[in-house]
Design a protein around this ligand. Structure first.
Ligand SMILES: NC(=O)c1ccc[n+]([C@@H]2O[C@H](COP(=O)([O-])OP(=O)(O)OC[C@H]3O[C@@H](n4cnc5c(N)ncnc54)[C@H](OP(=O)(O)O)[C@@H]3O)[C@@H](O)[C@H]2O)c1
Length: 267
């Protein structure tokens, strides 16, 4: 080992860094927030509901200064939100754009509004928030990491037979948006490399919440049959990749879409 080589513990360590996670109290956002907090970061968590944000922030591991709950809707002023965070935390180093609030229409019924809303919460707002964080990082002349949450459905089409007869859809607006954020990430990574800001996507495969699992056992069986690992993902299975991309352990990774999908896209 050379003198300059850092240990694996140092590389994954996030002490002293501040991370924002949007939609943090949700199914996957909560595990990613815990991962960042457990690795030492202070985590600014957002929800459209201020009480939900505050309650969730209070559950994060650490000394009580680790979590901070913020009311934030992607429909609100993003520059104002970032300025507020900087006022309170002095710095932002990591952003996880995780929130998503689109509808789930079928191909036959999807409207322009369904597309506009999905695009606004899943691409436009991801871009505006990421850019505002980059403006802040430029002022500090500091490096940063931006993680956008995509989906395997931004890479592959869904199997129609997984949905047939169950009264649920794989919505066309979702496919358009997730494909869009994966490609936008490549573009931003190339431009913001000069600022030492890395931009990557984590694309989860099937991670149904307990509510979905309980309500639709047949749907889950169909999805399991299409997953090489033969089971659904658990939120903790996103924790490692989140800290890898957020930390110096991922310092040479940018512009990538990392699939965490039990092998779904390998077939
Ligand atoms: N679960 C899966 O199987 C799966 C698979 C692939 C990709 N993903 C992606 O993973 C991410 C998280 O999904 P999830 O399954 O954890 O869903 P989730 O539990 O519904 O979390 C998403 C959160 O987004 C927030 N949100 C909705 N509209 C918003 C808006 N306009 N402004 C700000 N926040 C808003 C909501 O938080 P509040 O209600 O607290 O505001 C919600 O809790 C999404 O990007 C999703 O597309 C999920």
């Amino acid at each position: 080992m050379t003198d300059a080589e850092r240990s694996i513990h140092d590389l994954f360590d996030l002490h002293g860094r501040v991370a924002i996670v949007t939609g943090a109290a949700g199914w996957l956002g909560s595990a990613m927030s815990r991962a960042l907090a457990e690795a030492g970061a202070q985590v600014v968590v957002t929800s459209r509901d201020p009480a939900r944000a505050a309650d969730f922030a209070a559950t994060l591991p650490g000394d009580g200064h680790v979590g901070l709950g913020f009311q934030m809707d992607y429909a609100d002023s993003i520059p104002e939100f970032v300025a507020q965070v900087v006022r309170q935390k002095k710095r932002i180093d990591i952003l996880v754009n995780n929130a998503y609030g689109g509808t789930a229409p079928s191909i036959d019924t999807a409207t322009a509004e369904d597309f506009d809303r999905a695009y606004h919460t899943g691409v436009t707002s991801y871009f505006l928030l990421a850019r505002e964080v980059v403006f802040h990082l430029r002022q500090r002349r500091a490096p940063g990491s931006i993680i956008n949450i995509g989906s395997m459905y931004g890479v592959v089409a869904s199997y129609p037979d997984a949905y047939t007869g169950l009264g649920i859809n794989s919505p066309p607006n979702y496919h358009g948006v997730k494909g869009g954020i994966i490609h936008l990430t490549r573009h931003l990574a190339v431009y913001w490399a000069a600022d030492r800001v890395r931009v990557n996507v984590i694309s989860p495969g099937p991670f149904p919440s307990p509510r979905v699992k309980d309500a639709m056992p047949e749907f889950i069986e169909r999805l399991e049959a299409k997953t090489p690992l033969g089971r659904m993902g658990m939120p903790e299975e996103l924790k490692g990749i989140t800290v890898l991309l957020a930390s110096d352990a991922g310092s040479y990774i940018t512009g990538q879409n990392i699939l965490v999908d039990g092998g779904w896209t390998a077939w």
